[in-house]
Design a protein around this ligand. Structure first.
Ligand code: PSV
Ligand code: MN
Length: 424
């Protein structure tokens, strides 16, 4: 479905006077308000092709209807999100869940919808129908060279799909590891994985990047062969300058200091991309900012500080993506909420008085350091985020707009109540 400009205009007009009041009040306090607004307008977060349908657990899945039935419909959903928030202008494909059968047509559709293709993602964590060899005991780490080769060739195929669409990067997440002590020789698993990754790396086009995503546990419960940022960084360093670590917020052991990880990876020039979600117990894949908004802010504070220190462009020098699952919420509403939470944390981080913080740090003034950080975190920046969205042509209140227009009902009428999108 298409959002008509008059629908956005009507919605925005009905919220405008209240917004103006709130925005003017806040803007008067922020000297660099125009610069911050521009950064917010520029900041785009990719949507993964597997997050547009209802998620589930191994116990069940409860779809709400109207899910996209094809890659084309997934792209339409991302375009719909982008029309509302003007911050989701890219889609990240998982192969083979979303193989572009007719790449030229898919590229044309993307241009028509104003979308880009973000990183392509390979999948050697599931066996596909008709696949010759099984990944039950790993893919790139496998003791059998033929299995490793199959995994390498799959990744090369993913790169070829990406090239056809204009992607510039591949994300490799491996579920490889072991469930029981003694099952694996850790060094052999690492070396096999490195050798396989090297083969994939050698197939990267000149202007491409490779992101090595780590995860502490699941589906392997005793060891993961790319289990933490140290392991990922080892691979990335050994592979070369086109290889980077990718941080997925849900892939850490409880209480891990993710903001410190981010700071050091940035310092080393090895942070490549980000998967946003939130979690309470593990890789819960919950809406960004729904559980630990302060942690999200602290991470953004390090991102902004670390990127500025290296002269990096916030919007384009790292790959930003949501990687969440929507078990009980409407996927599109959930994604709108996640994007909003990211923008809020980013805006708060932009408000941190860096000069004052550095001064307080150098004087070991711990209380002042906390005050500086928390005064930014406790600022209600929603009017700033809304103003940026408004200036970019989006909806003042995206979730309210989605509901007022009965968008899900329209999608159910168009696509049916029993459609199931590909993904986990
Ligand atoms: C693994 O948990 C992960 O975070 C990786 O990014 C996958 O590609 C994605 O989720 C989808 O399963
Ligand atoms: Mn991820």
């Amino acid at each position: 479905m298409r959002i008509e400009p008059y629908q956005l205009a009507e919605h925005n007009a009905s919220h405008l006077s209240a917004h103006r009041r709130r925005f003017d009040f806040l803007a008067a306090e922020i000297p660099a308000v125009e610069e911050i607004l521009q950064k917010l307008i520029d900041f785009q977060i990719a949507i993964p092709s597997w997050a547009l349908g209802t998620g589930g657990t191994r116990f069940g899945r409860f779809p709400g209807g109207g899910e996209p039935r094809s890659l084309e419909e997934k792209m339409e959903d991302v375009a719909l999100l982008h029309a509302l928030n003007r911050s989701s202008d890219a889609i990240s494909l998982h192969i083979p869940w979303d193989i572009p059968k007719y790449p030229a047509a898919i590229r044309t559709l993307a241009t028509q919808l104003g979308l880009r293709f973000d990183a392509v993602n390979s999948n050697t964590f599931q066996d596909q129908p008709g696949q010759a060899l099984s990944y039950k005991f790993g893919s790139m780490q496998h003791v059998d060279k033929a299995v490793r080769q199959q995994a390498v060739e799959h990744n090369m195929e993913v790169i070829r799909h990406g090239v056809e669409l204009g992607s510039k990067s591949i994300t490799v997440w491996l579920s490889d590891g072991s469930c029981f002590p003694g099952q694996l020789n850790f060094r052999r698993a690492f070396q096999n994985t490195l050798e396989s990754l090297r083969d994939v790396y050698a197939a990267l086009p000149e202007d491409w990047k490779m992101y090595v995503e780590y995860k502490a546990c699941e589906p392997n419960f005793y060891s993961m062969t790319v289990g933490d940022w140290g392991q990922s960084l080892l691979y990335a360093n050994k592979l070369g300058e086109k290889a980077f670590t990718l941080v997925d917020l849900g892939h850490h052991l409880p209480n891990a200091n993710i903001e410190q990880i981010v700071a050091l990876l940035l310092m080393e020039g090895k942070l490549g991309g980000f998967h946003f979600n939130d979690s309470k117990y593990g890789d819960d894949d919950l809406t960004v900012g729904s559980i630990k908004p302060y942690q999200l802010f602290l991470i953004f504070n390090e991102l902004v500080e670390g990127m500025d220190a290296r002269g990096m462009k916030h919007a384009t020098d790292l790959a930003w993506m949501i990687d969440a699952s929507h078990n009980v919420k409407d996927p599109l509403e959930d994604l709108l909420q996640s994007v909003e939470a990211i923008k809020i944390a980013y805006a708060q981080a932009l408000l941190v008085d860096k000069k004052a913080l550095t001064g307080a740090q150098l004087e070991n003034d711990t209380a002042r350091c906390q005050e500086i950080l928390q005064s930014a975190f406790r600022t209600d920046v929603r009017p700033l985020v809304a103003e940026a969205r408004l200036r970019a042509g989006g909806a003042m209140e995206p979730v309210a707009f989605f509901r007022d227009l009965n968008i899900r009902e329209i999608l159910i009428r168009e696509r049916g109540a029993k459609t199931v999108a590909t993904g986990l």
